[in-house]
Write a protein that binds this ligand. Structure first.
Ligand code: NAD
Length: 249
C-alpha cells in the first residue's frame, strides 16, 4: 500500500536510536523528507547517514528535547530547510523506574517535562505550519502504560496518561477546526531496542521488532489514516490485554 506521504516533511524527535529511529526509517521509506534529532551529535549523524543511504533527504539537528526551547528550534530548522512541516512524531527517553510511593516532586516534574510537556510544546510549535497547509499528522510515542499501569514505572504511568488526556482533548478540537490535522498516540509494549534490552527485555517472552513499530507510526501519519484521530494505538503483542500474564495465571 502506498501511504500517500511521499514528499511530506516529517520531524521525529529522540530518533538516533530505538523506536524513534525506526519511525524515521519507516517515514523515509515512504518518501518523506526527515528531520532527526537527539542529544548525541555523533550517533545522530550516523543515523542520518544510514537514512540517507535509502535516498531520503535528511536533516540532523542535535538537541535535548527536554530543553524548553528545543521544540521551536526543531520546527524552525525543519521549515527553514524544507519549507514546510507536515508530520511530527514526538518521542523522548522514558523516565527512571520507580514505584508510586517513592516518587518525589523532582521526579514527578522531570517525568512531566520529558514525557508530557515536550509533546505539548512540539504540537504548539508545529500547528501554525500544519494549519497553513491544511494538512498535518501528529503521533506521540508513549507506552502501553497508558492502558495498563506498570507498578515499577509509576512516573511513566503518570506522565503518559496525562499526555493521553491532553492529546485526546486536543484531537477533538482539531477535528472541530476541520483543518485536516490528526493527533494520535502510539503506545509500545516491549520492543527490542538497546534501552529495553538493557532494562531486562521481554514481558512474558514477548518482544516486538522496532521496524514493525515504525511501520505502525508511518501508517498513523499516512493519507489513509485521515479518519484515525484521538486514538491510542497499542502495539504490544497483547501484553496489556493479559494483565495477569499470558495465559491469565
Ligand atoms: P531509548 O531510551 O533507546 O531512546 C531512543 C532515543 O531517544 C535515542 O535516540 C536517544 O538519544 C533519544 N533521547 C533520549 N533522551 C533524549 C532527550 N532528552 N533529548 C533528545 N533525545 C533523547 O528508548 P526506546 O526504547 O527507543 O523508547 C522510546 C520511548 O518509548 C521511550 O519514552 C520509552 O520509555 C518508550 N517505551 C519503550 C518501550 C520499549 O520496549 N522499547 C516500551 C514502552 C515504552
Amino acid at each position: 500500500m502506498d501511504l500517500g506521504i511521499g514528499g511530506r516533511v516529517a520531524l521525529v524527535t529522540a530518533s538516533s536510536a530505538g523506536l524513534g529511529k525506526a519511525a524515521a526509517e519507516a517515514l523515509a521509506a515512504e518518501g518523506c523528507k526527515v528531520v532527526v534529532s537527539a542529544r548525541g551529535a555523533e550517533r545522530l549523524e550516523r543515523t542520518a547517514r544510514e537514512l540517507g543511504q535509502s535516498g531520503a533527504e535528511v536533516l540532523a539537528v542535535p538537541a535535548d528535547i527536554v530543553d524548553r526551547t528545543t521544540p521551536e528550534h526543531l520546527v524552525a530548522a525543519a521549515t527553514e530547510r524544507f519549507g514546510r512541516l507536515d508530520i511530527v512524531v514526538a518521542n523522548a527517553g522514558g523516565p527512571p523506574r520507580l514505584r508510586a510511593l517513592e516518587a518525589d516532586d523532582e521526579g514527578v516534574r522531570g517525568a512531566v517535562e520529558a514525557n508530557l510537556l515536550t509533546s505539548v510544546r512540539l504540537v504548539r510549535a508545529a500547528l501554525p505550519h500544519m494549519r497553513a497547509a491544511g494538512w498535518g499528522r501528529i503521533c506521540c510515542i508513549t507506552s502501553y502504560s497508558v492502558v495498563l499501569p506498570i507498578p515499577t514505572l509509576a512516573l511513566s504511568n503518570l506522565a503518559r496518561t496525562g499526555l493521553w488526556a491532553w492529546a485526546r482533548t486536543a484531537a477533538g478540537d482539531l477535528a472541530a477546526e476541520g483543518a485536516g490535522i490528526t493527533m494520535n498516540l502510539v503506545c509500545p509494549g516491549p520492543h527490542a531496542t538497546e534501552r529495553a534490552l538493557e532494562l531486562g527485555g521481554s514481558v512474558d517472552g514477548l518482544m516486538g521488532d522496532p521496524a514493525d513499530f515504525g511501520k505502525v507510526v508511518a501508517f498513523l501519519c499516512s493519507e489513509q489514516a485521515r479518519f484515525v484521530n484521538g486514538a491510542a494505538v497499542v502495539v504490544d503483542g497483547g501484553v496489556s490485554a493479559s494483565p495477569l500474564g499470558l495465559g491469565g495465571r
